[in-house]
Design a protein around this ligand. Structure first.
Ligand SMILES: C[S@@+](CC[C@H](N)C(=O)[O-])C[C@H]1O[C@@H](n2cnc3c(N)ncnc32)[C@H](O)[C@@H]1O
Length: 254
């Protein structure tokens, strides 16, 4: 299970969350999807009580339990946070179950459930995410995450913001949009690149880091395009539904 080691070793990811938690954690703080417990352990220094929730009993056994047992004010709870009946209203909710465009992890489902149990002034870390798309060319046949700049992606459009998700509001998990995109050079296009940026707090925003929201490449049937041409990109997916819920349709404007 080196996945959890990679998550805790991603310095950029951990340091931006550390800053946010240091500034905002207080009172009763929840850490939803605690994994190794790294964010709960940071919160324990700033909050009175931390409740750390994790769905996977093996992750609890091999990671969270060992890492969190030394903290007197952390309670570790095995639960599915997407339907758990929380008993107390938290002052702060930490929920880092992020994935690019929130498609492949249950962040949206967990946020929608916790909405029933929060106060008006409950603080969410992160606060929100926003998603952008670029159109281009890549040598792929399946949906692929872009990691360490691989596979290569040749850009044919500007980066276009198409969605923002606020975690203090109910999220519509059945997402769909149509975006008008201008092509910047002539050639062949076959890929949409989605990138997700995380607004950790009002002041702190992060682009993808090695273990946080790697850009997602989604292939479509090749189209020959001319510079200046406009296309309509339709994309739909279910947040938390997995990558195979993604559907796209690309059409030219006649
Ligand atoms: C991407 S990991 C992040 C772990 C930790 N928040 C961190 O920042 O290092 C997400 C964790 O959420 C857990 N998880 C996924 N769905 C969950 C659910 N419905 N309820 C509680 N935990 C869940 C996973 O088992 C995993 O450990």
């Amino acid at each position: 299970m080196t996945y959890y080691d990679d998550l805790t070793k991603d310095k950029k990811r951990v340091s931006i969350f550390r800053k946010a938690i240091k500034q905002y954690a207080h009172g009763l703080t929840y850490d939803l999807g605690t994994g190794s417990g790294i964010l709960a352990s940071i919160a324990s220094k700033h909050a009175e009580k931390v409740y750390a929730y994790e769905i996977n009993p093996l992750v609890i056994k091999h990671y969270a339990k060992q890492n969190l047992q030394q903290y007197d004010n952390i309670k570790l709870i095995e639960a599915d946070a997407s339907n758990y009946e929380f008993k107390e209203k938290p002052d702060v909710v930490i929920c880092e179950m992020l994935d690019t465009a929130l498609i492949d992890e249950e962040q949206a489902q967990v946020i929608n459930n916790i909405q029933k149990y929060v106060k008006q002034d409950t603080i969410f870390i992160p606060q929100s995410t926003y998603d952008t798309m670029k159109i281009g060319y890549s040598n792929i046949i399946n949906i692929t995450y872009l990691e360490n700049n691989q596979p290569t992606f040749e850009t044919y459009s500007d980066e276009h913001k198409y969605n923002q998700t606020n975690f203090s509001e109910k999220i519509n998990t059945h997402f769909q949009t149509e975006q008008l995109i201008q092509i910047k050079k002539s050639g062949i296009i076959n890929t949409i690149q989605l990138t997700t940026y995380t607004q950790v707090t009002q002041e702190l925003i992060t682009e993808p880091t090695p273990m946080l929201n790697p850009p997602l490449l989604i292939p479509f049937k090749e189209i020959n395009v001319k510079k200046g041409e406009k296309i309509i990109v339709k994309i739909e997916y279910i947040m938390g539904g997995g990558l195979n819920t993604i559907k796209t349709n690309i059409r030219r404007i006649k």
